[in-house]
Design a protein around this ligand. Structure first.
Ligand SMILES: [Zn+2]
Length: 301
């Protein structure tokens, strides 16, 4: 058989097969070429995170839709799930506590909620929210949770992670002791330059965590969000930004970066009005968010 004959035989064979086997074979072929998920084991996540936000814990009566004391029970449910899922890191995206009458009482609220949060599996990360540093200063909050810096980065299994701090006034002064309006979050020039340098030397696909939003220009947005988005875009390394602050599920894609608002834990009474998630990161850059209760699920390839 010469090569032309062989090709004809293969072609004929395939056609004949399609005639007899009809579309079954075709669909099986498509399934195999598109991904092995239904034929082989699912690819394993490279790295797993637990995410929560806007816990607003305080030992005080509810205000509107915010049931401050219920946060502990909601966090307990998340803790049971995280114990099963075994994340390597857990990030709270800000507004960990809600206002108290005094600094001493506020420190008690922080100590109480962090007693439970600190026991979650994996390394814990605290993103500063406006409520974290309403009564307390940044140093008081950070001392209370045992974190050195309000903005920093870290690496794990080939990925890079950046925690940002937008709790600065327009004039560059850090939030603390009720010295700010919540509608005035900014990332000062010094932090922008740090971010630029950090992303430049980063070697892995990058995820950013920040409380106030980088994807909107309304009251919930960081005032210089457009400048920060440009820095993230220019690095060519950032896959997604996770935010809190708005208390509701929302996602946007801007110039190839996913901006996700995580659902608040505080909103509403009862265990169904909770929100927490597991984020799985895959070597190819796929991000899978498995949301629980009111938190949405996402899969970005
Ligand atoms: Zn909040």
């Amino acid at each position: 058989m010469n090569s032309k004959d062989r090709n004809d035989a293969i072609l004929y064979g395939r056609r004949a097969f399609m005639r007899d086997g009809s579309l079954f074979l075709l669909s099986a072929g498509v399934g195999l070429s598109q991904g092995l998920s239904s034929f082989a084991e699912e690819p394993k996540a490279q790295l797993r995170f637990g995410l929560v936000t806007d816990l607003h814990y305080a030992d005080k009566a509810p205000g509107g839709s915010r049931h401050y004391r219920e946060t502990l029970a909601k966090l307990e449910e998340a803790a049971l799930q995280f114990a099963k899922e075994k994340p390597s890191h857990v990030v709270e995206l800000g507004d960990f506590i809600d206002a108290a009458d005094s600094v001493a009482t506020e420190k008690k609220y922080l100590g109480r909620v962090n007693k439970d949060f600190a026991e979650l599996p994996g390394k814990k990360h605290y993103v500063l929210g406006n409520h974290c540093v309403y009564t307390l200063t940044k140093d008081e909050f950070l001392d209370g949770v045992g974190q050195k810096k309000s903005y920093y980065s870290f690496d794990d299994r080939g990925f890079h992670f950046v925690v940002l701090d937008a709790c600065f006034r327009n004039d560059g002064k850090p939030y603390g002791r009720k010295n700010f309006q919540w509608t005035d979050p900014n990332i000062p020039q010094e932090q922008v330059e740090w971010l630029q340098a950090d992303l430049k030397k980063a070697t892995g696909k990058t995820i950013v965590f920040v409380h106030q939003r980088l994807d909107v220009s309304n009251h919930y947005g960081v005032k210089n969000a457009a400048q920060i988005r440009r820095v993230l875009e220019q690095s060519g390394k950032v896959l997604a930004v996770f935010q809190g602050h708005s208390h509701k599920n929302e996602v946007k894609e801007i110039n190839g970066i996913h901006y996700c608002v995580h659902r608040a834990m505080i909103e509403g009474s009862g265990k169904e009005n909770n929100g927490y998630s597991i984020m799985d990161l895959f070597a190819d850059g796929t991000i899978r968010i498995t949301g629980f209760r009111k938190q949405e699920k996402y899969n970005w390839s």
